[in-house]
Write a protein that binds this ligand. Sequence first.
Ligand code: PMP
Length: 456
Amino acid sequence: PMSEFLEKTPSSKEFMEEAATVMPGGVTANIKHFEPHPIVMKYAKGSSVTDVDDNKYIDYLMSYGSLVTGHGHEKIKRAINEQVEQDGTWLFGTPHHLEVEMGKRLQTYFPSMERLRYTNSGTEATLLSLRLAAAHTGKHKVAKFEGHYHGGYDQMLISVNPSVDEAGEAHAPNALPESKGMHNSHVQNTLILPFNDLKACEALLREQQDEIGAVMLEPVQGGIIPADATFMQGLREVTKELGIVLIFDEVKTGFRMGLGGAQTVYGVSPDLTTLGKAVGGGFPIGIVGGKKEIIMNSAPTAGADVFDSSQSKNTSAKDVLFHSGTYNGHPMILAAGMAVIDILEQEIGNVIEKTQRLKTGIDDLFHHYKVQGGTVGIGSIFSVVLTNKEKIQNYRDLQQTDLATRKEIDFRLLQKGIYTKPMSRYSVSTSHTEEDIDKTIMAFDQVLQEVFEGPR
Ligand code: PMP
């Protein structure tokens, strides 16, 4: 499939050579790179993307899940235009009504968010949540799970994609830096926990309870490996008992497992929640929300839990948790976010059903071709794994699947007009049609036949 790939994408290759003279590796985010070269897109609408060689694909990358309503949705376009028409500008740098309107709508779906703040990305949201947890508990060490991603900053860029050879014992994983240039202190200040292993987590947390201020997790790792219900419940109980802030990073799951995220599906209430991606419908956004007593640490008037200008005289920097950002609560992005909620209120159930139909179609084909594996995931995100394991429980299980064959399947799917970045997840949007789903199942049928029964 690699020679066909190269034959079909000469202009992408040419573009990347030029791009590399401007940006390291030709990319602005390393995740956009893949071998032999990325496919460069020039147009997208609804569920389809077109590359610079005029190849058209059904898009399942959907910009890493953020485009839950697909490309160029008319309602979102209209919402943004109307906002600018109405307000005259796109940025006030002052409080404005959309911050409150959007916030109230989010609170109806996430009742655990008694107060919230906006940021410009998921990364900033998880970063702020850690400072809130440290301010609340006075404990600065953080626990996270092996294989979970929360953003590219030093404290959390640990054991996201570690080599299993170096990762140590399954019940007490090593903390491994994920980047050059990181200070060793971050490795020492981050405890790595094994996902879905409550007993091991509890033991590690008890041992370090005086230092650990927060446990952060993706309730569904990478949007595809769900926490077991008993694991979630147990983690909630033990963190509560030990005075540790429990943070659900719902940047992926937020608007993709239903409008109330994983916490609604599990019926488990975290202390803090972070949102991003789909909430902005493709525009940069992040949100941190949670328990009033924790998040009020960032109030500009220290100690006040209501708006109270009379107290501000006594406030000094050490009494207030610093949180700022020129673009926080950007009106155009919130206008887009409100439109996303409008659309999902009508269509989220349908997106999840479509995803289920696609997954079932793919799983049936694996069965038909007698290949061990199939889809993993819940809500509107899934991945395809080749494994004889009954259940994928954590990062190590995922690493031990047949990644080479998965890669071959992905490259063959590209030839049939099905796009996700090779080895990436599939995200379904409101714009995917029933016909798209049928075409995708057909493409999988041809590809699995080619891979497992030889060329036709
Ligand atoms: N948390 C999770 C669970 C994510 O999936 C991501 C993005 N992949 C982030 C945080 C970081 O979000 P952003 O890319 O918007 O900074």
